[in-house]
Design a protein around this ligand. Structure first.
Ligand code: GLA
Length: 422
């Protein structure tokens, strides 16, 4: 006899088997194509819409948002004053770009000792305070640059009242006081400090072989090689949470990067707080070679020393550094030869530069597991230091935004590179 339960059970069984059969059939390719046409169309439209949404979303993102899974993208803060002692008329425009495109910021000049303590005994934090306020307001990660650098320390630092060189204990005391005052002022606000800048150079021995060592600077000459250790210890004491970097240029030179990696490792082994290497990254169109850059990035990655590319730009002009010490007259004579794009720059050159940037960033992405930040040394071409150093009055095009604040081919190359990688 059929009772209620067997009746319901039988219906369920029939329903399930019919439904399952349908399911199986509908999963067959092209089964019921006509009746499902509507649904297929809808799915198709949905996929297109999602694709367009993500595409537009990616198109609208700034560079730092596009690279956020890899490393920070930083820039510099010029403030009111530019490095060539002229007033920065374009601060507002720069700041608009900074807000949209970057997530880290370094003080170009306002935190260098000659600006903070140019006059003996008088600290001036006006510009550096503004810089820190600006960065906090815009939510940018702050990099302090730089505490100990021979090119930015005022002369009085190394001299006594009579103009003679101070002793080791006096200089150590001054250095510690300076670091303590500046670092603790921004304690908890500055995430990274470039503590020592440019202490190492490459030399040649009597057989013409290259080697690297600490170079002669007033710090080195008066205190000795341990000035580096003393500086890091003082910075760490002033802000134990801050990440302390050693910053230098031309790290594509094998001898230099090998030396610096050993130096950082040795300091770390002695218990000195030094958290990474800052590699400046001022480059030219053909120099350094990609394999040299690869060596330098790999060297840091293999040593597990976090790397920051701290001052990235690619000059399109001929390298004029050997004329650094040239007289004023020489500079004018040389200017034409070394200033080929004074009126305008050919598109072809900017496209080559874009390719060069892309090649560099491809390497940065390759080692991104060890790279925390890539910072451009400037926002747009017009305010770049490359226009006045080493030769005054040149017109260079080293950055991602042009003199009308428009994105250059290099910008799009970096944007597409990371989008394609996703
Ligand atoms: C070095 C310094 C920077 C800047 C550039 C050029 O790279 O670290 O602060 O002064 O030189 O101006």
């Amino acid at each position: 006899m059929l009772n209620y339960n067997t009746y319901v059970g039988a219906r369920k069984a029939t329903y399930n088997s019919v439904f399952r059969l349908k399911m199986v059939k509908t999963q067959l390719p092209f089964y019921g194509y006509k009746s499902h046409k509507k649904y297929i169309m809808r799915i198709f439209l949905f996929l297109i819409a999602s694709f367009l949404f993500f595409e537009t979303n990616a198109q609208q993102k700034g560079l730092s948002a596009l690279y956020e899974d890899h490393f920070m993208i930083g820039t510099i803060y010029h403030g009111e004053q530019l490095g060539n002692n002229t007033k920065n008329r374009d601060q507002k425009k720069e700041e608009e770009i900074i807000e949209k495109e970057f997530n880290a910021i370094t003080a170009e000049n306002c935190m260098k000792p000659m600006h903070i303590i140019g006059k003996k005994g008088e600290y001036n934090f006006e510009e550096s305070d503004k810089f820190v306020e600006f960065a906090i307001e815009k939510g940018l990660t702050i990099v302090g640059h730089t505490l100990i650098w021979k090119n930015s320390a005022p002369d009085w630092f190394f001299k006594d009242e009579k103009g003679n060189k101070v002793s080791r204990p006096v200089l150590i005391k001054r250095m510690k006081e300076y670091i303590e005052t500046v670092v603790s002022r921004y304690k908890g606000k500055i995430k990274y400090w470039d503590v020592v800048n440019e202490a190492v150079d490459v030399f040649k021995n009597e057989y013409g072989e290259k080697y690297a060592k600490l170079k002669s600077t007033p710090w080195y000459d008066i205190i000795g090689p341990d000035y580096i250790e003393i500086a890091y210890r003082a910075a760490h004491k002033a802000d134990p949470e801050c990440k302390l970097l050693y910053n230098d240029y031309n790290m594509y030179q094998k001898e230099k990067i090998d030396f610096i990696v050993d130096m950082v490792k040795n300091l770390g082994a002695k218990g000195v707080s030094i958290h990474g290497i800052g590699s400046q990254g001022h480059m030219f169109m053909k120099h350094p070679k990609l394999h040299q850059v690869d060596y330098w990035l790999k060297k840091c990655a293999d040593a597990k020393i976090t790397l920051h590319i701290t001052e990235m730009d690619i000059s399109v002009l001929p390298n004029a550094w050997k004329h650094k010490g040239a007289s004023v007259e020489d500079r004018y004579d040389l200017a034409d030869k070394y200033n080929p794009y004074s009126k305008t720059v050919p598109k072809k050159v900017l496209q080559k530069q874009a390719k060069r940037y892309k090649d560099m960033f491809s390497l940065f992405l390759k080692y991104s597991y060890n790279i925390e930040r890539v910072t451009f040394w400037g926002v747009w071409d017009g305010n770049s230091w490359r226009n006045y150093l080493p030769m005054i009055g040149r017109t260079d095009y080293p950055l991602l935004f042009d003199r009308d604040f428009k994105k250059k081919p290099a910008y799009y190359a970096l944007k597409n590179l990371v989008i394609e990688k996703e």
